[in-house]
Design a protein around this ligand. Structure first.
Ligand code: MG
Length: 325
């Protein structure tokens, strides 16, 4: 009997039965191996009959155990303990009943659909969550995006990066993108764009399907720093998905005290596993950090290729043990 388990005849009996059931299932597995060894023999037939009987008893015991467990109503000890040790470095007891619970989140109906607490940055309809820097008469002004929206996606227009109107720090980000089906150019000139987290830490977007280029510049690369761990690119014209967990860097004044980290999946394949980022994206140089805000806009790079985007959502990453709302 484990500490804190409610004492009761029903529970004791159920646990004994469940333990017996577990042994019988184990014995059945052993007997099954012996039976297969003696396949076709009389011994095999006897063992198989024994297995059927054992399974019947085991299933019955498990049903009884489940029913007994359901009859146990929740009691104070079920919700945690204060007579347990304090966890190292924390203020919580092991199984502390006062430790904050995480908020309930309803997952999306499909794997790529946004969960209930996501900020949806593009749902196929408009770019109201985005902006871009103007040019010409609008130079140095923030203007509404000019990238065209069509049929549930939007497309790079060749006139400047997009940036979110909201700022973000530590995030979980989902982005889907598609390379131009009319395949043109080579290497970095084929379908180049990029996810510029905090406007500067790039996860490269590029046609990586049979398109040789330098490893730290291919799709999924932490551009100029770390090649991805895999190349799960689909052919141009098909939709690709990034799921990114980004840990923002921390600065004390101008001094970097904690670098950024990237965890990236492309089409559900791991590309980076909590990889330290060397600094802001830069071409042909070693990346470095320059101090910036704790939150900055997310940007999409315009590299003059008509790359398409759809279904973009972001979640702010919580800290452990934040108070419940
Ligand atoms: Mg790029």
């Amino acid at each position: 009997m484990t500490a804190g388990r409610q004492e009761g005849a029903g529970c004791d009996r159920a646990e004994t039965l469940a333990e017996g059931a577990r042994h019988m299932l184990y014995d059945s597995a052993i007997a099954g191996k012996v039976a297969s060894h003696y396949a076709g023999s009389r011994l095999a037939m006897i063992l198989r009959n024994g297995i059927r009987l054992s399974f019947g008893i085991a299933a019955g015991a498990l049903l009884l155990w489940t029913a007994a467990a359901q009859q146990q109503s929740a009691k104070p000890g079920d919700l945690g303990f204060t007579d347990t040790p304090i966890l190292p470095g924390l203020k919580w007891h092991v199984h502390d009943p006062d430790r904050p619970h995480p908020p309930v989140v309803t997952p999306g109906a499909t794997p790529y659909a946004p969960p209930s607490d996501a900020t949806v940055l593009f749902d196929g309809k408009d770019l109201s969550k985005w902006a871009q820097m103007g040019k010409g008469a609008d130079a140095n002004k923030v203007i509404a995006p000019t990238w065209p929206v069509k049929d549930g996606y939007f497309e790079c227009a060749g006139n400047g990066d997009l940036m979110t109107r909201e700022k973000f720090g530590n995030i979980q980000l989902h982005v889907e993108w598609s390379e131009p089906a009319d395949v043109k150019g080579t290497s970095q000139g084929r379908g180049n764009s990029g996810i510029l987290i905090m406007g500067r830490y790039e996860i490269q977007v590029l046609d990586a399907y049979k398109n040789p280029t330098y490893a730290d510049g291919q799709a999924g690369a932490i551009y100029g720093q770390w090649p991805p761990l895999a190349n799960p690119a689909r052919p141009a014209g098909q939709w690709q998905a990034y799921d990114i967990v980004f840990e923002a860097p921390k600065f004390d004044g101008e001094k970097l005290v904690k670098p950024a980290y990237q965890t990236v999946f492309m089409n559900n394949v791991l590309m980076h596993n909590h990889k330290e980022v060397m600094g802001a994206m830069v071409y042909r140089k070693v990346a470095t950090y320059s101090a910036h805000g704790a939150e900055e806009p997310l940007a999409l790079q315009d590299h003059h290729n008509p790359v398409r985007y759809r279904n973009i959502w972001v979640r702010r990453v919580r800290n452990y043990d934040e108070p419940e709302k």
